[in-house]
Design a protein around this ligand. Structure first.
Ligand code: PLP
Length: 379
């Protein structure tokens, strides 16, 4: 099997699984327990909190463990809407966000908030000038993703942070696809809130964190116990957090090496496809792109058919966001780049991991070329 859908989820590191397992049996104690075992687990969680905080240049008090990217995104937006509604009802985001942001924005619209969905260039990048022009006296939050999950485009985070700071508006970024793949520094980039999910970097599903700096306090989103310093009720997902901690440790130790491997494989496969298969187009930016992401459209081809054909050859790719794969309408991200419905529905997302190999890239290229030829002959 050649797995090329790492933006949907990544294989769990064996070391992460090994680290987690004792917390499902031997160390089953509740981290809120005030006896030796409970305290010991609490200490483990706080050690991971510290390591994660350091990895983004934050303070451990600013990290809250969550159930993953969706919860972190929902919380960041709804928290701002609740806390700052006296100041205003305007939020700025982009038109290519993940549905965890877009659908939360639509919910807030239904509650009287006004949302500006910034357009992107044909490369999938927002224009900072356009952002600055969209700011109003009643703007209470800017939420722009770090890296896009479909086309891998990287946003000008530093410039966005600078603008947000200039106008004293909290800046949230959905870094689910970026954390542990590219270095992040919340101080240097003036980020106030940041969402992360463990299963995008070799950790388990259903766990992640939300960073919120001391200038951007969080109100509880879930009510109940006093866990996470009273900010998020519910017994912690101890094994999940331990797995996330181990996965972050491995990914961050090898960040440069893995990024180089992925971009070398990406460039090889991307150039083979674009040079050798007629009527193809790269979606997104050439250079401002996640190391492992390729998104290409094949004119006259339905990606869903191509994906199914590749699956019979044991090659796993996708047509876009895994969360909306049941929805056959053209991707909102590709539409925002200006693609026609036909080109958008002919788009294949290939997302590479550091464990993939050059021979897998060649095999994938050969398989795609023969499937495209076959489909075009039939068509
Ligand atoms: N944000 C982005 C950019 C994503 O790619 C995803 C998952 O695909 C999410 C949010 C949601 O994360 P989770 O699966 O942890 O809920």
């Amino acid at each position: 099997m050649i797995y090329l859908d790492h933006a949907a989820t990544t294989p769990v590191y064996p070391e992460a699984l090994e680290a987690m397992t004792p917390y499902l049996d031997t160390y089953y104690f509740n981290p809120s327990g005030n006896y030796r075992e409970g305290i010991s687990i609490r200490k483990t969680l706080n050690r991971i909190r510290l390591e994660i905080a350091e990895s983004i240049h934050a303070d451990p008090k600013e990290i809250v463990f969550t159930s993953g990217g969706t919860e972190s995104d929902n919380w960041a937006l709804i928290n701002a809407a609740r806390q700052y509604s006296a100041k205003g009802h305007h939020i700025i985001t982009s038109s290519i966000e993940h549905h965890a942001i877009l659908h939360t924005c639509h919910f807030l619209e239904s509650r009287g908030f006004d949302i500006t969905f910034l357009p992107v260039t044909s490369k999938g990048i927002i224009d900072p000038e356009c952002l600055e022009k969209a700011i109003r006296p009643d703007t209470i939050l800017i939420s722009i993703m770090y890296a896009n999950n479909e086309i891998g485009s990287l946003q000008p985070i530093h410039e966005i942070g600078k603008i947000a700071k200039k106008y004293s508006i909290p800046f949230h970024t959905d870094a689910v696809q970026a954390y542990c793949h590219i270095p992040i520094d919340v101080n240097a980039d003036m980020i106030d809130l940041l969402s992360v999910s463990a299963h995008k970097f070799g950790g388990p599903k259903g766990v992640g964190f939300l960073y919120a700096n001391s200038r951007t306090p969080l109100q509880p989103f879930l009510y109940g116990g006093a866990q996470e310093q009273g900010r998020r009720a519910g017994t912690e997902n101890v094994a999940g957090i331990v797995g996330m901690g181990k996965a972050a440790e491995i990914s961050l130790t090898h960040l440069n090496e893995y990024a180089q491997t992925e971009s070398r494989l990406r460039d090889y496969l991307m150039h083979r496809i674009l040079a050798k298969i007629p009527l193809t187009r790269l979606n997104g930016s050439h250079d401002k792109r996640l190391p492992g992401n390729i998104n290409v459209s094949f004119r006259g081809i339905e990606a869903a058919t191509l994906i199914a054909m590749l699956e019979t050859k044991e090659i796993y790719v996708s047509g876009g966001s895994a969360c909306s794969s049941a929805d056959r309408s053209p991707s909102h991200v590709l539409k925002a780049l200006g693609l026609t419905d036909a080109m958008a529905s002919g788009a294949l997302r290939i997302t590479i991991g550091h464990e993939n190999t050059l021979s897998e890239m060649e095999e994938t290229f050969q398989a795609i070329r023969s499937c495209v030829r076959e489909l075009r002959q039939i068509g």
